[in-house]
Design a binder for this molecule. Structure first.
Ligand SMILES: Nc1ncnc2c1ncn2[C@@H]1O[C@H](COP(=O)(O)OP(=O)(O)OP(=O)(O)O)[C@@H](O)[C@H]1O
Length: 281
């Protein structure tokens, strides 16, 4: 089983964890098949507390499938998931994530168009609300004290991301980069221990991407981050640790500087460039 221990670039089966207190999240032996396609094969990775872990690889390498296993969208055929040292009998279902302390943003932002920005963020505060998600969604009553506390949390999350001024607007009236921040605020308002980001830089300008990098680094002071991303500049600048997938297998894991110089990684990405060029003719 590959692990993400830093010293070996090619992860070693059964290697000891690099984190003295243990990883926050680990996958071991995860295999996912879609009919005849093996999307993930014996994948192992570890996410350390308060570290940014990047999951990269060429198109079709299995990144989204791996992300979806952790967020409960895909059930693996084999393998285990360990959260805070406890092996989960089954990977969490999507609605169980928040209770575990895991939040995510997806490529499609999934904001509710008819709810204000503030209400969208309040939906994410479920973990801290006794009455929970459905009360917010369907406008069911909750105590005024609880309502006030939730509003304050949501406002603080918006303020942290510099978008408190837009609290009363509908998401559709905001430009895309700001809608992305709303989705991020909704993920952060529950004060997660792990924030999972699926291609957060897509559709952002270089300046916006640099700001996103700063946000990700600041989030890592209070939560671990698992980042699936194609933009290598962002990945290399924000990640403490990178896991590289190719054809559903972990081919390398280590700190950015080591991954950049890794021959297997370079070959995997060169193969991708060659495929694109062949497709151009
Ligand atoms: N629901 C599905 N049904 C069938 N095959 C799938 C399904 N989801 C993914 N696959 C296949 O599994 C493999 C891994 O796909 P995945 O989307 O996880 O890769 P990826 O690294 O996220 O790719 P990209 O960078 O292009 O988004 C691919 O061969 C893909 O075609």
């Amino acid at each position: 089983m590959p692990t993400t221990a830093d010293p070996p670039v090619t992860p070693a089966r059964g290697a000891a964890s690099e984190h003295p207190a243990g990883p926050l999240l680990s996958l071991s032996g995860v295999t996912v098949r879609f009919g005849g396609i093996t999307a993930l094969s014996d994948v192992g990775l570890e996410v350390a507390p308060h570290r940014v872990t990047g999951l990269i690889g060429p198109n079709g390498a299995g990144k989204t499938t791996c992300f979806n296993v952790v967020c409960g969208f895909v059930r693996p055929d084999e393998g285990t998931m360990t959260w805070r040292g406890q092996t989960l009998a089954n990977p969490p279902r999507a609605h169980e994530l928040s209770g575990l302390g895991i939040s995510r943003t997806l490529q499609g932002l999934g904001l509710f168009d008819r709810m204000t920005v503030l209400d969208n963020v309040m939906v994410g505060a479920e973990r801290h609300a006794r009455a929970g998600f459905f009360s917010t969604l369907f406008g069911l009553p909750r105590s005024s004290k609880e309502e006030k506390a939730l509003r304050e949390r949501a406002h603080a999350a918006l303020a942290d991301l510099g978008i408190a001024a837009h609290a009363g607007r509908l998401p559709g009236s905001l430009p895309y980069p700001l809608r992305k921040r709303v989705a991020l605020a909704r993920a952060l308002v529950s004060d997660p221990d792990l924030l999972m980001l699926d291609e957060p830089a897509s559709g952002l300008s270089n300046d916006e991407m640099a700001e996103l990098g700063e946000i990700i680094r600041s989030v890592s002071t209070r939560a671990a981050v698992l980042l699936v991303e194609h933009h290598m500049d962002l990945v290399m600048s924000v990640c403490d640790h990178i896991v590289v997938l190719d054809f559903g297998k972990v081919i390398a894991a280590g700190p950015p500087e080591r991954i950049q110089g890794d021959e297997a990684v370079q070959a995997a990405y060169l193969g991708e460039v060659a495929d694109h060029e062949a497709g151009d003719h």
